[in-house]
Design a protein around this ligand. Structure first.
Ligand code: KG4
Ligand code: ZN
Length: 333
């Protein structure tokens, strides 16, 4: 079989990214233009500013990805672009660019789900990983516990009922004065603290999560007692959240008798969460997570997910639109 070169394009939030991935797993280039410095001053992503920046960056980012991969445009077999979920104006930039390029190169366009991309980041880092496995997707916008039945079949086992984990990290960080994006800053500061502060946990009779209670508790503790040790607060916050993540993941793993567990999404870059999940290997589980650069938004993961979708023969056409509230199971097309 001929090698497949997929051009991935990602623009769902504040990263403009393009990548060339060979046969779904081998990254030849992964160019990421981050807008963090621009949004930092506002304490979060400003959608309109994000869209404008994607427009300015996208051509250069795609050209750079092709150059770094050391291939020509003619070598591109197909184009995978994120069409949701995400910010509508931001998504539209990548979708429009991908449509135009697929038309001019006469190659198939693959409409790719951003969350499927986060899951697929694991295929790049772990060449041996194959479905079925469990995947805990923890990012700024999503918290999902998913049964990966095949490369393109998913079953949601649990999800957050309110805030996403990353959202809770970012809000806590903002309130205690660590800045944006908060996740990496909480991760760093927590290492200097001890988890001595009791924080509330949620209990549901299914595998759902909730993080707004713990977020509010941390914020209230800080407001009531501004002298409270921030490192201890961060460390306690991380510990409580990790216990909830592990508890539900283990329940699901036992229910389905699955030993392969993957983490995905920006929050899976968290060193404490990774460490605690890794401990499960002593109990017979195999834990996977992507290398840090593939945890946060990037186009290589989109190219990988798009490659597997292309194998099903499902191709998009020029009527493709951005779907900001696209779900893991794509029934809201
Ligand atoms: O996957 P991602 O880049 O974007 C979404 O699809 O949402 O995730 C971004 C999120 C942010 O909330 C950021 O604070 C969080 O991932 N994050 C982390 C760490 N690195 C990024 N959270 C905790 N610890 C980290 N080391
Ligand atoms: Zn993401």
């Amino acid at each position: 079989m001929d090698d497949i070169y997929t051009l991935g394009i990602e623009s769902s939030c504040d990263e403009t990214s393009a990548a060339i991935v060979k046969n779904g797993r081998e990254v030849l280039s992964n160019v990421i233009h981050s807008q963090i410095a621009i949004h930092e001053q506002f304490g979060g992503v400003v959608p309109e500013i994000a869209s404008r920046n994607h427009v300015e960056a996208i051509s250069t980012v795609v050209e750079e990805a092709i150059k770094q991969a050391n291939i020509t445009m003619e070598k591109i077999s197909n184009i995978a672009c994120t069409y949701g979920p995400g910010l509508v104006g931001a998504l539209l930039v990548g979708v429009s660019y991908a449509k135009a390029l697929s038309y001019s190169l006469n190659v198939p366009l693959i409409a790719t789900n951003h969350i499927h991309g986060h899951i697929a980041a694991n295929y790049i880092t772990h060449k041996e990983l194959k479905p079925p496995f469990l995947c805990l997707v923890i990012s700024g916008g999503h918290t999902h516990l998913i049964h990966i039945k095949s490369y393109t079949e998913f079953e949601i086992l649990g999800k957050t009922r309110d805030d996403a984990v990353g959202e809770a990290f970012d809000k806590v960080a903002r309130v205690i004065g660590l800045g944006y994006p908060g996740g990496p800053k909480v991760d760093k500061l927590a290492k200097e603290g001890t988890p001595t502060i009791e924080l509330p946990k949620t209990k549901f009779d299914n595998l759902d999560f909730s993080f707004s209670g713990i977020k509010t508790a941390v914020i209230n503790l800080h407001h009531k007692n501004p002298e409270i040790n921030k490192a201890d607060l961060c460390s306690s916050f991380e510990k409580t959240i990790t216990e909830e993540l592990i508890s539900n993941t283990l329940k699901a793993a036992n229910m389905l008798n699955i030993k392969q567990i993957a983490l995905a999404g920006g929050v899976s870059a968290n060193s404490y969460i990774r460490g605690e999940f890794l401990k499960l290997e002593n109990e017979g589980y195999k834990i996977y997570y992507p290398e840090p650069i593939l945890c946060t938004d990037n186009a290589a993961m989109i190219a990988s997910a798009g490659y597997y979708k292309s194998l099903t023969g499902e191709v998009a056409d020029l009527s493709l639109n951005a779907i900001p509230n696209l779900t893991v199971i794509e029934n809201n097309k």
